[in-house]
Ligand binder design. Sequence first.
Ligand code: UD1
Length: 420
Amino acid sequence: MDKLIIEGGACLNGEVRISGAKNSALPILAATLLADEPVTICNLPHLHDITTMLELIRRTGVELTIDEKLSVEVDTSTIKNFHAPYELVKTMRASILVLGPLLAHYGEAEVSLPGGCAIGSRPVDLHIRGLEAMGAEITVDAGYIHARSNGRLKGAKIFFDIVTVTGTENILMAAALAEGQSIIENAAREPEIVDLANCLIAMGADIKGAGTDTITVNGVESLKGCRYSVMPDRIETGTYLVAAAATRGYVKTKNTRADILDSVLLKLTEAGAKIETGDDWISLDMEGRRPKSVNITTAPYPAFPTDMQAQFAALNAVAEGVGHIKETIFENRFMHMQEMIRLGANILIDGNSATIEGGEHLKGAPVMATDLRASASLVIAGLVASGETTIDRIYHIDRGYECIEEKLQMMGAKIRRIPG
Ligand code: UD1
């Protein structure tokens, strides 16, 4: 297993180009299964999760053409089966996103049930209930979700009693090809939902209200081909901004968007960072100052994202003062805290709350990545810690961060990968 070795202490200074958003690219690739004509998706990030989604699509018999810039053309005309196997689904929960499109387009889908994962139980009951409300017959047997539809799915009113991102996306994709009108209430408002809706609209779907908590979809009989470019990754952007803040440095993130990062930029400003924004860039300058601790409560968009919680825990670990972090989306999403304690962080955990007393110094040590965003927080902590930090199990990082060590090296970090 590859490891990352970080020699801490360097102050980050430089520019970084932000990749396409993983959490947008995954539903958008799944949505290509809805079209009758070839769809080309651009600005895909080079990530393991994207490879997994492409493999999932390829296994159905669909033809993929990938060009040198990793734009992918998906042509569904050769589809042979509607099966998403356990061996792929178990490596990526977002595989569940093929359920809605396969069922809506082909009247049939067999998708392995995603298992438990490191950040909590994460059920998919709301996806299933939503599709059932649209007339699907769904059984769960031998670890697989078997879904059938007698003719087209029927438009329905779907109310989510918990705000779910991929749940909203699955129902939105299914509703695009259903007969009649669907109204999705208490829908997730994440920018990635808007990106997916824009791609579906480019394919000919009739969708209103994406980005609000009520989405109205008038189903169409078929969807056509299009060319669509995935939006920038707001979590990758936020991660590099926090890394620069923790190291008291400067970064300019390019090819990104400030309007989708309000809650994160607010907290960075509270931490003492000087933030400037332009059309497609955000810069952060600590002017050499030590960051100040901030309090954070995670909640669905537009509130503070759970996917940025771990990075801010690392920031608080070296900041001035005491910061409180409350995680309200996922149970068990504090595993990075134990690893940070190994680096000398002063953290008290009480259920889903953590109190972090910032210390002037962390000390390098061997640590283990437990999930995607937890790994990013350990990289940030390692950049600040004195001496050497070795991060094991970094395959988690490769699921969500494109060329993380190269991007950090360009900004002056001493970080290298040891193949294992
Ligand atoms: C997505 C993101 C992930 C992010 C999360 C929350 C993708 C590919 N992943 O994950 O990076 O951390 O949103 O912003 O976009 N729930 C149920 N039943 C369901 C579905 C969800 O109880 O059927 C619960 C979950 O356990 C969780 C909450 O709803 O407590 C929100 O989860 P959800 O928004 O569905 O997360 P994902 O879509 O899996």
